[in-house]
Ligand binder design. Sequence first.
Ligand code: MSP
Length: 528
Amino acid sequence: MADSANQHFALTTPLYYVNAAPHIGSAYTTMAADAIARFQRLNGHSVRFITGTDEHGQKIQRTAEDAGIPPQIHCDRVADSFTELWQHLNITYDRFSRTTNPRHLPIVREFFQRVWEQGDIYKDQQRGWYCVGCEEFKEERELLDDHRCPLHPNKPTEWRDEENYFFRLSKYQAPLEKLFADNPDFVKPVSRRNEVLSFIQRGLRDFSISRVSLTWGIPLPADESHTIYVWFDALLGYVTALLEPGQDPTLENALADWWPINLHLLGKDILRFHAIYWPAMLLSAQLPLPQQLFVHGFLTKDGQKMGKSLGNTIDPVALIEQYGADAVRYYFLKEIEFGRDGDFSESRFITVLNADLANDLGNLLNRTLGMAKKYCDSQIPVINVDDIPENHPLKSIGSGLCGRVKTAYKNCVINRACQENLELVRACNKYIDDSAPWSLFKQQKQTEVEIVLYTVLESLRLAAYLMAPVIPQLSTAVYQQLGLDIDFNATGVSTQCPLTVHGVWGYLPSGKKLRKAQPIFARIETET
Ligand code: MSP
């Protein structure tokens, strides 16, 4: 992934189906993408963070019909519920791409034309089982008994036998093999890459990219009695998103500044579309390929994928209202290994928040500011950081922390980034207990007291800074109480506190006045 400063960094979440309001599963990718986007901004990159909604296709058409409203009105309502949720979760997206945006149509048409001119589209008969939930034809061997799809077991697949236009995926067998051989990091984690490789090895089959029975879609330029397959249309939403407001909607304009995308984040259920169909489509259109795909697991409840179709979802708005956005962001990003499945349980949620945010982080700030008030008149002790030995228990962790956290964010191992910071916070608590500044103070060892307080305050600051991509509000509260006026949610904040300056252990300016200690995260009390 790109590293040097001042580089462009474009990343995407999938464009979410608008068949129902967002649930915590759909919020998950977006929270992760937001943490990465925020980190890359602090890291000096210009970031374009794209999210949005996928609004065409059978699934959406049926949902609107069932609700008895025109599909566009349905889409507008649900798209609004996504943007509202992103606001509640403090998601700093730059573009919200909707596939029903009129500017998307000319992009899809132009792209289609390029593929058509390559001779990669032809008409044939499509026979097979279609899962409307996945918006995908399934092979027999992928289905459960009664031809049910494992991802949507409560909705039977439908037999289709119709004339469709096909995309010549088989032509891209060798180029895709080469793509994966030449770019071992194209799909991460490696388990997902292996999954793609074995799919390719089985032999790629052409797939249909048009529907005859469906009106809610973009008419196929070559034959308007068909609409374009929703996935062909949706993937191009990533391209449309890159248009500047007011710019002519052409491929040339859209691709001028931010293409290729550096990072697509997606869940494991839509791997094949992104890792095989999408690169093949781009190769056909003779466009550069995205740099990397990172594939995460599912949030499950009682072991089953949480989803709109199964109705076993958790309402993110309710969680945010009860516990706050940072609590929700923290739990899902720290507690679940990004790349693997993770089960949600409210009791675990509360335990983690109380332990990490209320106790380890919140109490540490509180007790340290309390001591600073008593022992040094609420002033950051005047210390020469270079005089603190390298093997000091906090300096030794703090000095290399930024590098480790940076690697974790860059590799999308967000949970590890959180763990690294938490380790420093826990080391602070231990260091205070071990060095007992209250007794040093009694013994009038003022210099020692000040070293303890400075090194703890500085470690707290650094951990808060490096956690800001995950918990921006709490990090802001820590910074404010340390007397540093940074609001991690403010636009353009990254230029005020770049990683090269604030990521360094020892940055905390000596002599500044600290502010009044206030609890940053109230312990969650439960009835038991
Ligand atoms: N519309 C397509 C994506 C088109 S991208 C050009 C789609 N939409 S979706 O709403 O069904 O899913 C969007 C993303 O949410 C997927 O990455 C999916 O994995 C993720 N999740 C949906 N439910 C999820 C969980 N229960 N847990 C984690 N992520 C889940 O697919």
